[in-house]
Design a binder for this molecule. Structure first.
Ligand SMILES: NC(=O)c1ccc[n+]([C@@H]2O[C@H](COP(=O)([O-])OP(=O)(O)OC[C@H]3O[C@@H](n4cnc5c(N)ncnc54)[C@H](O)[C@@H]3O)[C@@H](O)[C@H]2O)c1
Length: 277
């Protein structure tokens, strides 16, 4: 995969006169999506629990971007985020539900069915799943009244495949795939398109801290030369949010460098063949 700087550029004007909210917009995939949406003509609300980073990004992106602090665990703050955006900017065309818990302490305690504390399970579900539902709940009436809108949820390959870490996270991401289909089914005829992206590992501030040895293991299983960048996911989010995707609804698109496309034994067999086995 090419470095982000070599990726094909934005489509200027694709979101002209449109208003978008990006949750978790101050970092990683959300930040890359905010940058692309602004470059493509949208007015973007960078919504994040990290006020300082959201404001710094808004200042950098100029008048088409505004920062809004909210907490995905607090549905009242999501209501304020969505209704306040509509009040201030007059409409809402795109909602990118993307924020997810990234606290290392929670990841460590999000382990397996025997050991997990219900408090950890509930917290993960509140931020990662109920937070997305709340975004939809408050955005849909405005979008429907306008004649349509696009919602793009960030799921994960963790929603498709089991793993030995972060059980509640994986279950929340699988549920997002279901939520995406439900929103599309209930509201598609009212002009709402709701789709999801399921990234594999892309290197963001949330994941760069992973041990080099773990990153090396993951890389053996890619079907492309390099890890993806946040910009690879942002390009897919923007395509799904745009009118070019008008015939796509209720779908989840995996962008994982081919990680889930092959037999799980592939990397071991390649190594065995190299060793002459
Ligand atoms: N990076 C990856 O490899 C990867 C892979 C699969 C899925 N994802 C998903 O992509 C999304 C973005 O991940 P990223 O790697 O860009 O993460 P990141 O840590 O770089 O950014 C996440 C942003 O969300 C914000 N956030 C966290 N908790 C919040 C809360 N309670 N309320 C509001 N904002 C909150 C953080 O402040 C941060 O700005 C997440 O949904 C994640 O699960 C990422």
């Amino acid at each position: 995969m090419s470095p982000a700087s070599n990726l094909p550029g934005p489509h200027p004007g694709r979101f002209e006169d449109q208003v978008a909210i990006v949750t978790g917009g101050a970092s990683g995939i959300g930040e890359a999506t905010c940058r692309r949406l602004v470059a493509e003509g949208a007015t973007v609300v960078i919504a994040d629990v990290n006020e300082e980073r959201a404001q710094a990004l808004a200042a950098e992106l100029g008048p088409a971007a505004r920062a809004q602090v909210f907490d995905a665990a607090d549905v009242k703050s999501i209501e304020r985020l969505v209704l306040g955006t509509v009040e201030r900017l007059g409409r809402l065309d795109v909602l990118h539900n993307n924020a997810a818990l990234s606290a290392p302490d929670i990841h460590r305690r999000d382990n397996n069915a025997i050991d997990i504390e219900f408090e950890v399970w509930d917290h993960v579900m509140a931020v990662n799943l109920r937070g997305y539902l709340a975004g939809c709940k408050y955005a849909l009436p405005t979008m429907i009244a306008q004649g349509g809108g696009a919602i793009v949820n960030t799921a994960s390959t963790g929603g498709f495949a089991g793993d030995i870490t972060r059980m509640a996270y994986s279950v929340s991401k699988a549920a997002i795939i279901g939520l995406t289909r439900q929103i599309a089914t209930h509201h598609g005829k009212q002009g709402i398109r709701c789709n999801a992206v399921a990234p594999g590992l892309v290197l963001t501030p949330g994941t760069r801290g992973a041990a080099a040895s773990v990153i090396e293991v993951m890389q053996r299983h890619l079907l492309v030369p390099e890890f993806g960048e946040p910009e690879d996911i942002a390009a897919l989010v923007c395509f799904l949010a745009s009118a070019e995707a008008r015939y796509i609804n209720g779908q989840t698109y995996i962008a994982d460098g081919g990680m889930l496309a092959h037999n799980p034994t592939m990397a071991d067999l390649v190594d065995m063949a190299r060793r002459g086995g």
